[in-house]
Design a protein around this ligand. Structure first.
Ligand code: COS
Length: 384
């Protein structure tokens, strides 16, 4: 069992870039958050802004047109954007999630074909693993892929897919050999959105992250060339699991941003709002809530930074630490946003103030990229 004793330092240029992103999030993203939530509208303008500011290049190596700055800088950026708006943070998170299979396992040709266009922001990717009856247990998927000459033909439907209808291509997981079982019978493919037989399917009406489209893409005899296979045939389950080991850091960072954003807002509100002749921040009932909220955010950040540094070092314990960071930060996001609503009282419950949106956005972080029950299972497995 390892202890949390590894020290890390955050390079000064990371802190400078974080401050720049913080400013952009405050000035340009926060003012749009309520409107895009209300209208469930994908913010193309904010996506362009992230691309122009090189923020969409954060998940990528320099050789692919990215910043080459690694997991820690990426997730510092996700936190800053999520403080202002969790849906917009998801744009950056999916730029990572939807390309990780290619980054980790793709051929040089696939990397050269797709990664630079994602780093520049020209292309949006998507990660298509889950199905209506295969979420926590992706090995139970029904989507199939069979070989036909030089091509593969994909049939099936996916569910809960972020960027559905927006993505230029999808990393799709399909059963290519049922006899081999899920560990060795699933293959990952790149499916471009303009392939005949592909349709983005219906979109969900959601509680939170409403400005990010979530859908159920359908594949009817979709033909892709063998060059679109990611990694080896039959290696798809491992591709998916290795991807999630890294991408869960993004969920942790998003959750942390939501939690810190709610804490900062509630603290500022408590200094202004008066009751019984004094600011409510002078009451211990409020002070203790805010102290707990700030402490949980700080603890979550330490765990997240530790996990990010493990990703950047190629540490074999990354999966355990990303699961712990995701678990802790998302539970924190839910607890803290509920308390922020409580501090604002009636104002916390209405849409004129951002904390009810933050509470709705927090919930999904306990569910997606593996429910927190799955995270506990992943962590517990390492303790045997
Ligand atoms: N990295 C690389 N390989 C992994 C891995 C990981 N983190 N976890 C498992 N594998 C490999 C195993 O080594 C095994 O390969 P071999 O047979 O060659 O040894 C194979 O994958 C199957 O492993 P296992 O039998 O442990 O898989 P399970 O079906 O029991 O997996 C969990 C169980 C819960 C870990 C998995 O189903 C999971 O993570 N579920 C959650 C999925 C999820 O996050 N869904 C959300 C969708 S994305 S929004």
């Amino acid at each position: 069992m390892s202890a949390l004793v590894d020290l890390y330092t955050v390079p000064p240029d990371f802190l400078d870039f974080r401050d720049t992103i913080r400013q952009i999030a405050r000035d340009r993203i926060a003012p749009r958050a309520a409107e895009i939530d209300e209208r469930a509208e994908y913010p193309h303008d904010l996506r362009r802004l992230l691309a122009e500011q090189d923020i969409l290049g954060l998940p990528f190596e320099e050789e692919h047109g990215g910043t080459g700055t690694g997991a820690l800088m990426l997730n510092m950026a996700v936190e800053e954007i999520a403080k202002a708006d969790a849906s917009t943070a998801l744009i950056l998170m999916i730029q990572e999630l939807g390309t990780l299979p290619i980054k980790l396992f793709g051929s040089d040709e696939l990397k050269a074909r797709l990664l630079p266009r994602c780093a520049s922001g020209e292309f949006s990717p998507a990660f298509a693993l889950s199905e209506a009856e295969a979420g926590s247990d992706p090995g139970a998927m029904r989507t199939t892929a069979h070989r036909d000459g030089e091509d593969w033909v994909i049939n099936g439907a996916k569910a809960w897919i972020t960027n559905a209808g927006i993505a230029d291509f999808y990393c799709v997981f399909a059963v290519s050999d049922r006899e081999a079982g899920h560990a060795h019978g699933i293959t990952a493919f790149v499916v471009e959105a303009d392939r005949p037989g592909f349709s983005p399917g219906k979109l969900e009406h959601k509680l939170g992250i409403r400005a990010s489209p979530t859908g159920s893409p359908v594949f009817e005899d979709v033909r892709v060339p063998a060059a679109n296979v990611i990694g080896d045939v039959g290696q798809g389950f491992k591709v998916a699991m290795s991807t999630l080991d890294r991408s869960r850091l993004g969920v942790a960072a998003q959750a942390l941003g939501i939690a810190q954003g709610a804490t900062d807002y509630a603290a500022a509100y408590a200094r202004e709002r008066r009751a019984f002749g004094q600011p409510i921040s002078s009451f211990q009932a409020i002070q203790f809530k805010l102290a707990d909220m700030e402490t949980k955010c700080a603890a979550g950040r330490e765990l997240l930074y530790q996990a990010c540094c493990r990703a950047d070092r190629g540490d074999p314990e990354l999966g355990k630490f990303s699961a712990m960071a995701k678990l802790f930060c998302s539970d924190t996001a839910m607890e803290v946003t509920v308390e922020a609503v409580q501090i604002l009282g009636g104002y916390g419950y209405v849409r004129d103030y951002p904390v009810e949106r933050m509470m709705r956005d927090a919930k999904i972080t306990q569910i997606y990229e593996g429910t927190n029950e799955i995270q506990r299972l992943v962590i517990a497995r390492t303790l045997r």
